[in-house]
Design a protein around this ligand. Sequence first.
Ligand SMILES: NC(=O)c1ccc[n+]([C@@H]2O[C@H](COP(=O)([O-])OP(=O)(O)OC[C@H]3O[C@@H](n4cnc5c(N)ncnc54)[C@H](O)[C@@H]3O)[C@@H](O)[C@H]2O)c1
Length: 281
Amino acid sequence: MRAGNGKPVGRLDGKTAVITGGASGIGEGSVRAFVAEGANVVIADLRLDAAQALAEELGDAAIGVAADVSAEADVAAAVDAAVEHFGRLDCMFNNAGIVGAVGPIAEMDVADFDRTIAVLLRGPFLGIKHAARVMGPQGSGSIITTASTAGLAGGLGPHGYTTAKHGVVGLTRSAASELADDGIRVNAIAPGNIVTNMTARLGPGDADFEQAKTAIAKSSPLGIAGEPSDIAFAAVYLASDESRYMSGETILIDSGFLAGAGRKGGFHRGGSAMITGIAGT
Ligand SMILES: NC(=O)c1ccc[n+]([C@@H]2O[C@H](COP(=O)([O-])OP(=O)(O)OC[C@H]3O[C@@H](n4cnc5c(N)ncnc54)[C@H](O)[C@@H]3O)[C@@H](O)[C@H]2O)c1
């Protein structure tokens, strides 16, 4: 779209966002998409160097700040940085994440479990809390949290991760039910497998993006690997006024994996083991 003077109009023109975990993967993709659509962005990440390097590349529209999303003071400071530097906060994108504690539940270390919940669930709670502090008096705002397919079904991630992501879906609904009174919308995005550092590091050794891309495409019903931009497009929509009638929702973006229980062809093309078994073939 173009304004009367012929200049392109960004879908997020005049808006300011904080994006946690913005230095890498889905967060980085979202930072780039938000800036391309006219937003100012505070990139809040554990890795200050990476956040600042990205901000520098993007010019005046972005700043990088250090934040551990599990620490209330850090999250509060990231929100305050948006107001101090850019004058307002229109979107809080709680996206930072880790895989966290892995392994059988009977062997899981309690401190590892607690740390996983602290980053993946306390982090979004703190993001919503401090965004609401600024957005409430303003009477508007959009809060987004990155959930996961593992927040909608069991067996798709480790126990702590799955628990926290289910919590994100509940927290999104709960906060939406309160904050609608203040004109604040609260939504989540549940990605399937996306090629990022997180998935590229699941195997042994260094991050292998090509291997992750091939493996993800193979398991994806649509036969393609999810990229950070696939999630960033949805985040732009949720941050923009285009989604003004939407709150409390979790958008699933997973190549149709959960809809078809991960099967390609499945039931319909003889690919389901269960049906094959019953038919005795
Ligand atoms: N990649 C996937 O397949 C996938 C699927 C579903 C959901 N997700 C979710 O997407 C989000 C982003 O993950 P990604 O895949 O882009 O991973 P990534 O590792 O590329 O990026 C995560 C970013 O979060 C930062 N971070 C980690 N812990 C932090 C903390 N305590 N405080 C602040 N920053 C912290 C990291 O430094 C990094 O920049 C996570 O919430 C993850 O659970 C990812």
